[in-house]
Design a binder for this molecule. Structure first.
Ligand SMILES: Cc1ncc(COP(=O)(O)O)c(C=O)c1O
Length: 509
């Protein structure tokens, strides 16, 4: 522990007596921010709660409540009343946030400054998705890395790397390798009822690049785009970064509510949807809704961006056919990715563009890094053509159904009434709802402190989320990891409930 005592520097804490946010919460936010930014260094001894209360002219209870929350979340250590210090070992999660926050300082550019688009990008600097050094339960969006057929992949890779053909080492086609585009077009026709030729397929570095290209090619700054509410953060960010004005259209049990969208704003030029498996809630868009969406898009001359990210993983019945296959008006731009079927760092995905858009997308793709790595594309082509891709998906479908069941059983046993788990008919993650009154962001932070990941559902809502919940990935974890994760998650939720109870008791007294 540090031997010195330090008062909190001037200006780090500003409290607003008129705000609806309780004072203890404001104080908690200020201290947490200062710790994450490094303004309060690890090991710093804080003044006593009595001294701080006096300095800020608030009740001691306010300070004690803020301290207790920070102690519980691992930002502070020690004990209120006998010396409180900024934690020396902040949880890994928090250090990552700190690194990102530091990077935002770099965006305070001198000289002529940022463009308007640059300013929009800079606003995202604090919320970039983080890489994970290790995948831990229940990180979502990650497939079973332990079950990938590395021997097959590395054999094919060795074949190419032994003596790569010149065309794989020089500059490649912006559109992607022709054999890969042929393999994708034929797979999509059979598996997803997508109607396309290989000339409509453009290889990109994952779905995220597709969102960005599509938004930049089809939207002018200020144009309106409909975004599913709740919806995928990567797509939302790419649309905002393109300068679009987003209208958040609710989803219900049938998927995107087209009539609600039309009422909210009928001027949309682009609509983002996940019809096969809504992200994050998991429902499938009904046929009447699909037809209504296509009809509305045709009438409004709007484009539909179909994100078909994990639809092969369906555990009840057959995978649902794509929206693109129903489109007779060339409105749908279809996006696929190999992130969930192979592994995310491969960074390979594709756009299936209506013929009229192919040239513009191609030029835009070429401006963004020219083309995707050729040898990886060649390896992937053989992996698909030799039948390994189909086999891997079939094996994973069985494995993920088992892992989901195992997760549901483990949550039932360890968390019982603390979570209302929604089994998912598809995909690689599920939603578990929290009891009323629990803040899902606080639970998620507490879970991180218990070494378990549980993304709060509220982050997927642009507006107020109706209920707190957690998104839990299961595909990447074996039975042991799932069981241990469930035990840790249960402890995290119980600790949040206890903290809430203490806070209520204190307020009442
Ligand atoms: C809804 C959705 N779309 C797309 C993706 C995949 O993105 P990428 O291909 O960029 O890895 C994800 C990954 O989590 C997702 O959840």
């Amino acid at each position: 522990m540090a031997k010195f005592s330090s008062s909190i520097p001037n200006g780090l804490i500003t409290l607003d007596g008129k705000s609806e946010t309780p004072l203890y919460r404001q104080l908690y936010d200020c201290l947490r921010r200062a710790i994450l930014k490094g303004q309060l260094a690890p090991g710093t001894r804080l003044q006593s709660s009595r001294e701080i209360a006096k300095e800020l002219n608030v009740s001691r209870n306010t300070v004690v409540n803020a301290f207790e929350q920070l102690l519980a979340e691992g930002y502070l250590e020690g004990q209120v009343g006998s010396g409180t210090y900024v934690s020396r070992a902040l949880p890994e999660e928090f250090l990552n946030v700190k690194a990102i926050t530091r990077s935002s300082a770099r965006t305070l550019v001198r000289g002529p400054g940022l463009s308007k688009r640059g300013q929009i990008f800079a606003a995202f600097a604090d919320s970039l998705p983080r890489s994970s050094e290790r995948v831990r339960a229940f990180q979502s969006g990650v497939p079973a890395l332990d079950s990938f057929p590395f021997e097959v992949w590395s054999k094919i890779a060795a074949r190419y790397w032994r003596r790569p053909a010149d065309n794989l080492l020089g500059y490649g086609e912006p559109q992607g390798l022709a054999p890969l585009r042929r393999a994708i077009a034929s797979y999509l026709g059979v598996a997803r009822a997508v109607r396309c030729t290989p000339e409509q397929v453009i290889i990109v570095d994952g779905a995220q690049m597709a969102f960005d290209l599509i938004a930049r090619v089809l939207l002018d700054p200020g144009d309106t785009a409909w975004m599913e509410e709740p919806g995928y953060l990567g797509a939302r960010a790419a649309l905002i970064a393109s300068g679009a004005r987003l209208v958040y259209v609710p989803v219900d049990s049938e998927g995107l509510d087209v009539a609600a969208g039309a009422r909210l704003d009928a001027s949309a030029r682009l609509i983002y949807v996940t019809p096969s498996h809504q992200f994050p809630l998991g429902m499938t868009m009904s046929l009447p809704r699909r037809l209504a969406l296509l009809e509305w898009a045709s009438r409004a001359s709007a484009w539909v961006m179909e994100d078909d990210f994990d639809s092969e993983y369906r555990y009840e019945g057959r995978p649902i056919a794509s929206l693109q296959g129903l489109d007779t008006d060339g409105r749908v731009v279809y996006i696929g990715t190999f992130s969930k079927f192979l592994f995310p760092s491969l960074r390979l995905g594709y756009i299936v563009a209506p013929e009229a858009l192919v040239d513009a997308f191609l030029a835009a793709r070429s401006m963004s890094g020219r083309h995707s790595p050729s040898v990886e594309q060649a390896i992937l082509t053989d992996f698909i053509d030799e039948g390994h891709f189909g086999r891997h998906i079939r094996r994973m479908r069985t494995l993920y159904a088992e892992r989901q069941k195992y997760l549901i059983d483990a949550l039932e046993k360890e968390c019982g009434h603390l979570l209302e788990v929604e089994p998912s008919a598809a995909g690689i993650q599920l939603v578990a709802w929290l009891p009323e009154g629990l803040d899902d962001k606080a639970v998620s932070r507490e879970a991180a402190a218990h070494n378990v990941e549980a993304r709060p559902m509220s982050i997927f809502y642009a507006e107020e989320s109706p209920r707190g919940g957690l998104e839990l990935g299961y595909a990447a974890f074996n039975k042991y990891e799932i069981r241990r994760g469930a035990v840790q998650l249960s402890a995290a939720i119980r600790s949040c409930i206890e903290m809430n109870r203490r806070t209520r008791r204190r307020r009442a007294s």
